[in-house]
Design a protein around this ligand. Structure first.
Ligand code: DTR
Ligand code: ZN
Ligand code: ZN
Length: 317
């Protein structure tokens, strides 16, 4: 459920113009002359996002209890996501790589249309650790990115910029899949990526609301969304180099993303902003077998899924 964000399209146009004037480095935001009414992102029903989590849980249960790199559960996860995207009209590509002697897979989905010289990407890692199903880490990001992509298709959104979605393999082995993807881009294709948005752990049970402190325009887009629904955010400080935005950042691509916290404990000051439990980890089941569909805070997943959609629509319009 999303509170209204009054005047946000006008605010976004003003923000885009201000950012262009001040930083000159807008990642995919509409040019200053953009129409007043940038396309408004639809709400992503959290039930639809959670339905994908249920599928990921079932996949893990049917494949040795996990969705880890090199295991059957990971490839079954790729097959599930790919089938949904193919049916929705995306152009999908499965990129193979090897890590630890085992075959890994990235899944890339392009939405036909838009300026392919200005590509907005949203991505998440699809693999879990071997100890469990990896529902918050990172079924949450993968399900939200999938539901946003399916909503693009369902609404036949035709953005100015080209949209590309990605699900990475072997993140838990050291950002292997995303690094392989970036390293295998030609310099021309790398330059065409206006921004990469990363979503890794966005439904933590004792959630914080963290925004990556990287590209200013992307950061502001996320902050504007949360301000519009009256939710305080903090800058993500533990994330540098710790998820799939890192290879893009190293290659000079503007990046941003959202995070609800892992094994660090929530402070009393943060509880005053967000509720929850002080002195307890944001996610007590981080990298554990208890990272199941019970390890999700629905409100956090809902808010971050809608923030993801808002940013994709705003930065590609
Ligand atoms: N490396 C991620 C979890 C993680 C830890 N800190 C951050 C900061 C920002 C994004 C993700 C993370 C993993 O275990 O998949
Ligand atoms: Zn992890
Ligand atoms: Zn993760």
């Amino acid at each position: 459920m999303k509170l209204s964000v009054p005047g946000r399209a006008t605010a976004a146009a003003v923000v885009a113009a201000a950012t262009l004037l001040t930083t000159g480095s807008i990642a995919g935001a509409a040019p200053a002359s953009a129409p007043e009414t940038a396309a408004a992102a639809p709400d992503l029903p959290v039930a639809s996002v959670k339905a994908h989590l249920t599928q990921f849980q079932s996949i893990a249960a049917a494949n040795g209890g996990n969705r880890a790199h090199g295991r059957a559960g990971y490839k079954a996860s790729v097959d599930y996501v790919k089938a949904k995207l193919d049916a929705a009209g995306f152009t999908t590509t499965v990129q193979q790589f090897t890590s630890g002697g085992l075959t890994g897979y990235n899944l890339i989905a392009d939405w036909p249309g838009g300026d392919t010289n200005q590509v907005i990407m949203a991505g998440s890692h699809l693999d879990s650790v071997a100890s469990g199903a990896g529902i918050n880490d990172n079924g949450s990001g993968s399900a939200a990115v999938l539901e946003a992509a399916l909503t693009v298709a369902r609404t036949n959104y035709q953005p100015t910029k080209h949209l590309r979605f990605a699900w990475w393999g072997a993140e838990e082995r050291g950002l292997v899949g995303s690094r392989y993807y970036v390293n295998n881009l030609s310099s021309a294709n790398r330059a065409r990526i206006s921004g990469y948005l990363n979503f890794d752990m966005i439904g933590s049970p004792n959630p914080g609301y963290f925004v990556y402190d990287d590209d200013p325009a992307i950061e502001k887009t996320f902050k504007d969304y949360f301000a519009g629904i009256g939710v305080a955010t903090e800058i993500e400080t533990e994330g540098d180099g710790r998820s799939d935005h890192a290879p893009f950042k190293s290659a000079g691509v503007p990046v941003g993303g959202l995070f609800t916290g892992a094994s660090r404990a929530k402070t009393a000051a943060q509880v005053t902003k967000w509720g929850g439990t002080a002195g307890q980890a944001f996610d007590r089941c981080y990298h554990s077998s208890c990272d199941t569909t019970s390890n999700i805070n629905d409100t956090a997943l809902d808010r971050n899924s809608d923030a993801l959609a808002y940013a994709v629509w705003e930065l590609s319009s």
